[in-house]
Design a protein around this ligand. Structure first.
Ligand code: GDP
Ligand code: MN
Length: 359
């Protein structure tokens, strides 16, 4: 609680690259959105806010991916709201990288999703949602349009950026040796990942050499806020980085442990027989195969994706945040929530290194 109450403006490191500095805007990164043509209006909302709070000063390129061709209306709609000289890439995902793979038994999928829908699991029967989770887990970082980039900032439709971000995020990642950045930590619906943990442990037994001695193991197991999750998954608290916002070093995803892990998971079929999300998959991989000191909580970034937010505490006289978020407020539905969804505290307790705590 103490750490949350601190006034947070930006990381306390002396190598921040600010707008106008020689290295400003020269990081090797792109903002990435996987979207449908029908998402145009909502992704424009996100882009406008990100440009205003951050990217107008840094000029990073955008990359849009879709499982269908982008229409001219979509492409023009995006270009029209961005400066003329801004690099914007539009790409299509080949069907073999997007669709349900041949190895999946469709009857079994239908049967399992019938059950899940009865259990009120969201998106259970939405096949494209399963495709999306699999794509973000094991495919996107090998898309040809991303081959030249090292870092990706993932952007979704209909999100909010409440506060100015006055330093170069990609340069922060590289200059401070970070491979992953997040803003929110939440518990998952255990129904969607019943066998993800046991499958993961099977993989780890086959490849103990992939484990990182500095991994965030205790974080994965801390069920103090939510005991039921732990039982349903047979060992995983379900706490994960909420990947609708993420800054990723693609070298980590392209590394042998990550690639082998997601291929192993893919063969298990859980992206379809269950509804494994890319968020728990990414989080398990990071906690097991990466050093926790390389994972950064961007507590200074004011962010909202329905229904959760990260809202930093600013100095009283500061105009950094736009006044639409309440410092420390996490959920849009604070009083309606059945059990605590926020597991930020377990990350702070188990996995924030001394260096990160003071950053
Ligand atoms: P939620 O945040 O978990 O409710 O899921 P979203 O509906 O926001 O989907 C996550 C991301 O994937 C968003 O950027 C969506 O635009 C994108 N997405 C989801 N389904 C599809 C799809 O079928 N095709 C494409 N091209 N993008 C999709
Ligand atoms: Mn979303």
């Amino acid at each position: 609680d103490e750490i949350l109450a601190q006034e947070i403006t930006e990381p306390k490191v002396d190598n921040l690259v600010r707008s106008g500095d020689p290295l400003s805007g020269k990081g090797n990164g792109t903002i990435l959105s996987l979207v449908k043509n029908s998402d145009l209006e909502n992704i424009i909302g996100s882009i406008r806010q990100l440009e205003k709070q951050y990217n107008k000063n840094f000029g990073y390129p955008y990359t849009f991916l879709n499982d269908e061709e982008f229409t001219d209306e979509f492409k023009d709609g995006i270009r029209n709201i961005l400066p003329k000289d801004r690099i914007v890439n539009f790409g299509i995902i080949s069907p073999d990288k997007w669709n349900m793979p041949d190895g999946i038994d469709r009857e079994r999928y239908d049967k399992e999703m019938e059950k899940m829908e009865t259990g009120e699991v969201s998106y259970a029967k939405v096949e494209s949602y399963h495709n999306m989770c699999r794509f973000y887990s094991k495919e996107y970082y090998n898309h040809p349009l991303l081959s030249e980039y090292r870092y990706v900032w993932r952007l979704e439709p209909s999100v909010d950026f409440y506060c100015k971000i006055e330093y170069d995020i990609f340069q922060f990642m590289s200059m401070n040796d970070k491979i992953y950045g997040f803003v929110l930590n939440v518990y998952d619906d255990p129904e969607t990942i019943r066998t993800l943990w046991t499958s993961t442990m099977e993989f780890v037994k086959e490849h103990p050499d992939y484990l990182n001695v500095g991994g965030a193991f205790k974080w994965l197991k801390d069920n103090s806020q939510n005991p039921k999750c732990y039982e349903d998954t047979q060992g995983y608290s379900t706490c994960h980085f909420w990947t609708n916002f993420e800054i990723v070093d693609l070298e980590f995803l392209r590394s042998e442990p990550y690639e082998q892990y997601v291929q192993f998971l893919d063969k298990k079929g859980g992206f379809y027989y269950e509804r494994w999300g890319d968020a728990p998959v990414r989080s398990l991989a990071l906690a097991l195969f990466a050093d926790k000191s390389r994972i950064h909580w961007f507590r200074d970034i004011g962010y909202h994706h329905l229904p959760y937010a990260n809202c930093p505490t600013c100095p009283d006289d500061s105009d950094r945040c736009n006044g639409t978020c309440i410092p420390g407020k996490f959920s849009d539905f604070e009083d309606k929530i059945m059990y605590k969804q926020n597991c930020q505290a377990t990350w702070i307790k188990h996995s924030m290194t001394d260096e990160e705590l003071h950053m």
